[in-house]
Design a protein around this ligand. Sequence first.
Ligand code: NAG
Length: 580
Amino acid sequence: MCLKTACLLLTYFAISASSYSVSSHRSKAALNTALKSTTQHFYGYGDPDHVKSTLQNITEEREASTPPASSHPDPVLLEKLSDIRSRLGPPLNLYDQIMSQSPAMALAAEFKRASPSKGQIALSEISCGAQASSYFTAGASIISVLTEPNHFKGSLSDMLSARSETQSLASKLNLPRPCILRKDFITSRHMILEAASHGADTVLLIVAVTPSDVLKELIEYSRELGMEPLVEIHADEELDVALKGGAKVIGVNNRNLHTFKMDMTTTTKFAERVGEDICLCSLSGMSSADDVERYRGDGVRMVLIGESLMRSRSPELAIKSLGLDPRVEREEEGRGGAYNGGLKVVKVCGVCEEEDAVNACREGANMIGVIFAESKRKCSRENAKKVVQSVRKFGERSDREDLRNGITRGIKRPLVVGVFQNEKVSVINEIVQDVGIDVVQLHGDEGEGCIPEISVPCIRVVSVPESDERSVEERGGEILEKVTERPLAYLLDTKVGGREGGTGVTFDHDIVQVVQSGGVPVIVAGGLSEGNVREVARAGCFGVDVSSGVEKEVGKKDDAKIKKFVDEAWRGGEEGMQGI
Ligand SMILES: *[C@@H]1O[C@H](CO)[C@@H](O)[C@H](O)[C@H]1NC(C)=O
């Protein structure tokens, strides 16, 4: 029986490699057969007890739903292809598109309604064409569209609308249009033809689920249709398979698609192994400007950002905060130099309920303050943990050391800030660890001496010196003199000591400017509301902080006010950067 099966399989594969459709290489049987040379890089290869991963299952499901093997391309698709090419023109070459962005990092922004690891991501009524257009205006040069229907809730018509809407917008704006990528579990020529005939410029091919001979065939077929494919790898041995197949654009998935485990060093490891002629991309996990910056240094030429953009109410701002808008020149930020990077933080403080945290993050706040000090808004540990859990759903975490070094370049994934006042360092560290806090805010007169002992970066609260005869330079200088440990930022509280400060907005920014010129980013707090935050943000502070200004009642936030506040803040920040 064994011999016969092997024989049949061998004959089958011999035929399939050269025929129009390739088929079930991914079945359990194939994983354990003699096709070592083409499938030994498969997860679970040769293991009779292997339980197929989600990736393997989805790919198999996808393969089963494509038309039965046939030696001829579907005439309907060919017709569609010729129609779309005559209407919309030829496809863009992915390699050239990425290289043309250099020295800026090319951004691929992804449209994804849902995913197996995160479930529903976007509202079902969201329009792919509109979302793709906003990615494009924000600076994305590649738009990736998930077209898998069952687990990602995507479709070919999503992709087609991305192509036609971005193309017409680009021609209106007289700009080069973005390149459209079909992201799916492509197993056959049929799916590649399908992609081309629905407006794709390129397709994703996943090495982990593609036998090496088939990969080569699919790469070649893509090129026959004028498309340079993006070839995805994760495991070490997959690079060789991709290179042997002739891949020129190689995307590294930092996530192991079988286990969903994320390892941000994956891309870096491959960067050392590929030559200059390969266009190396990084495909997952980037959620801060730090991540992007590190990859830039590694020679990565394109990053793909998906979920964090889908979750963001303003993809434009999200892209900017990642340092990825190719039209904005990146400013150098030596730690010792003046801070002039503009608004990077919108902090909603005094949050104690999960729902408020989720609303604030969804509206675009990127710091959520939870108070552990005695206060009307003091939060229990139990609630704080719930807040942390819900905030973490907005993007992957990177490690804390990165945060310390790169926060002024912008943060995308929201952080939880724990507010303490005259608390023992040991207690602070214990709570940080237990609750999962990202940043500590020191509100008391504990000074800065304790900062190096606290296990996460710190924000130091200082009060604005009384307005008196002295110049703002002198008063700002007084604050700077006390800087000993370089906290992440100073939170200038204009309300300290019961004084109402926030109304004297002009008075604030002069001091803010002085302190920031001294190299310490400033978060402005006290008396901010939707009515004045735009002006404050426009003046160039690093952050704004609000608590009572967005409350319904003490300790309970008002979603509409949060939305208004956050929108106004980011708008002001953007105007500030444009010099409005
Ligand atoms: C994949 O499907 C098989 C059944 O065909 C199932 O036993 C296995 O648990 C699935 N894998 C995952 C990760 O769900």
